[in-house]
Design a protein. Sequence first.
Length: 394
Amino acid sequence: MAKHALISLVGLIFMMVCAAKLFSYLGSSSARNIQHTPVENSNCCQSSISSVNRKPFFAFEKTHDEFDTTSRNWHREYEKNNSYAESWFFLVQTQQETVLFVTLSVTNLGIRTFDAVCDVRFYASNGDQYGTYAQYRRKDVSGARNKLDLTIGPNQLVHMDRTYRLSIAENDLQLDLTLENVLPEFQFGNGRVLFYEDRSAEWNIRFDAPRAVAKGILTVADKTFSLDGDGYHDHVWSSIKLPTFAKKWYTLRLYDERFTIILHQIHLADTFGGGKICAGIIGDNNRLIPFRTYCYNPLKWRKDATSGLQIPEELALSIRTKEYTVEGTVKEVRFLESVEVLSRLSWSIRTAVKVFYSKPYLIRYQAQCDINLIDNSGVRYPISGLGVVGANYY
């Protein structure tokens, strides 16, 4: 009898904690939602606005302050914010056309504060796939306050000057990766997008390594793979739950011998007008050209067998900057993965957050990119090569 009573008590406490998380979310989110004017649905990205009197209440803030190098560090000041999430994302496309994804993340979205994850996915050129997904608790996370030196379990990320060093040691997977920046780190304004009229929530993105020379070794399942190639790294953190403001998030990373193209396109929830947050970078050798206006329009769709979602398999790309006009197509040629995000979470996080998500899937593929860059004098620079496309649904 005492044993059953104890089990019932534990269950009751768990339900109360989940309810507290939910009511906290509803109280902090729905109470602040405001009326909006719908924005016409279009994949041409511009400065999307939506609020009473059509005044923007989210935008990349403009600042004349010096670049905040401390913002690449772990934001431990969010320990009591139950909407906090932070990630350090890495992508490498090697000379053998293999692809590596690594995500280190910390979140308060579960029952506990500062749940942490190390997620590694590797796709060999012969079609073999390898990966690991490990979860950690608050006691397993540590970091320096004055520089990026983050430890999650047995894994470490360190930054010094223009170099990022990532070491992963999970079961039979060992990874040693170094990224040396080719393009300088960059953020739009101070990197923040502010939400609600009182600006009480924010989402941030920093392109810490828009393009880097990647060098390293991955050892897994008694096999060794070179990681020499082109690398990318960004750092994202927020005090608003992603599905609160986003429906889907498209990305493109393309590396030519001379040029780089990076796109991020977040489709906003109807609460925020159904507009978009757009961010793009063209790299010309080691020179960086940021832009916020472009068109990334699906031309063909297909049904993803795993998720049942309609995903773009071919897109038309059009960019206008002061230096270049960019036109071309992006076509899926090698499907990589379709992952149900919640299926990979611990029970504590999954139970607490699944109420906020509709159908969260992470979809990635390699694409054949045939693109022309035309400079102001009319000189055409053709690009033909593999890029990496991401489509996240919430």
